[in-house]
Design a protein around this ligand. Structure first.
Ligand code: PEP
Ligand code: MN
Length: 353
């Protein structure tokens, strides 16, 4: 929302601000080829991983500090800004010394408060934008905690990157977007610039366009997209990288809608929504009053709170009713589950009160 707060001179704040480059810096030639391709299509910020956190040892763990001069060369030749991931204080010191313009904290690091604190303290005092990815696990508080640690260390230019969440159960995408989590982050920190990383969410190049579009429709400020001149030959994340030409095509197809266009019609529809929400809350209050009455009845008659058969029937029945109102049964079940959980909590309090 407030992308200007972290932008470096010469970067257009128009959505989406694009950061692109390889998953990993592999060689000076590979980096330069990609940077030239990206520069040609107007990308101004080049990303490359130098220290790669890998799930298992023995994989390609990045080129380390010897790749830093390659990024410097890209800067000199193309005038692009450069960005890399830092996970330890040594990474921070080396990256700052080499003149890297933007640092980012990776998903595995955000999941570890000790590591975030170390990185934050090391950056403290440097006037460099820092982007922090969400933790691998779907834990908004951990993400917010990481952001607070950066602010706490006196870092002023902070942004967040949504890269999806790793779930045990494998689904279509490599990392589940769980959009409600970045949406809630935006509600809590409306001024925080928000990027989406569709490459790590999708895990496969064919999903990048649809995820990028979704991010634009949800008003994200920017995109971080992995690119490579020979994606299939990439040493890491080969299946999710795209060529600069593919990126150009993808960006040209993106529909970026006006962020804010207040109108009378919209205000009227919103008044209706507000009224309906008030009715929903009112009904929830009434429902809980009856649940409390039932709680007292159960206590008097020595009955347990949970009646599993009744609960199963309620879920089925409400999902069916929802269907006739064109509501997704999974959505209705989810809401009823939440309401039921609250009823059980209140009845347990009554039983033990
Ligand atoms: C990356 O951007 O290359 C990376 C390792 O991402 P993440 O921390 O999101 O897994
Ligand atoms: Mn990657």
């Amino acid at each position: 929302m407030n992308i200007e707060s972290i932008l470096l001179p010469g970067i257009d704040p128009k959505r989406p601000v694009v950061i692109s480059g390889p998953c990993s810096a592999e060689s000076e030639g590979q980096c330069l080829d990609i940077a030239r391709g990206l520069s040609k299509i107007g990308v101004k910020i080049f990303r490359a991983g130098i220290w790669k956190p890998r799930t298992k040892p023995g994989g390609f763990e990045g080129m380390g500090a010897k790749a830093l001069p390659w990024l410097k060369k890209i800067k000199e030749e193309t005038s692009m800004y450069t960005a890399t991931e830092v996970a330890t204080k040594d990474h921070v010191f080396a990256a700052l010394k080499a003149g890297i313009d933007i640092l980012w904290v990776g998903a595995r690091t955000t999941a570890n408060p000790f590591a975030v604190q170390e990185v934050a303290d090391a950056i403290s005092g440097a006037d460099v934008p820092v982007l922090i990815k969400n933790p691998v696990n779907p834990d908004l508080e951990l993400w917010v905690g990481g952001i607070e640690r950066l602010y706490g260390a006196g870092i002023k230019k902070i942004g967040a990157i949504h890269r999806g969440f790793g779930l045990y159960e494998k689904k279509l995408y490599r990392n589940e977007p769980m959009w409600h989590i970045p949406i809630e982050l935006r509600r809590r920190m409306p001024e925080l610039p928000l990027f989406c990383d569709p490459s790590h969410i999708g895990g496969r190049r064919e999903y990048i366009a649809e995820i990028s579009q979704q991010a634009m429709d949800l008003c994200f400020d920017g995109l971080m997209i992995e690119s490579h001149c020979c994606p299939d030959k990439a040493l890491s994340d080969a299946s999710q990288q795209i060529t600069p030409e593919m990126l150009d095509h993808l960006l040209s197809l993106l529909v970026v809608r006006d962020a804010f266009r207040p109108s009378k019609d919209l205000s009227e529809m919103r008044v209706k929504i507000d009224q309906i929400d008030t009715q929903i809350v009112d009904l929830l209050g009434k429902r809980m009053e009856i649940c409390d009455e039932i709680g007292h009845y159960k206590k008097e008659h020595n009955m347990p709170v949970l009646q599993p058969v009744r609960y199963g029937e309620t879920l089925r029945d409400r999902a069916e009713t929802g269907l006739s109102k064109h509501l997704d049964p999974a959505f209705v079940r989810e809401i009823i589950k939440e309401i039921h959980e609250e009823s059980v909590r209140r009845q347990l309090a009554i039983l033990n009160g």
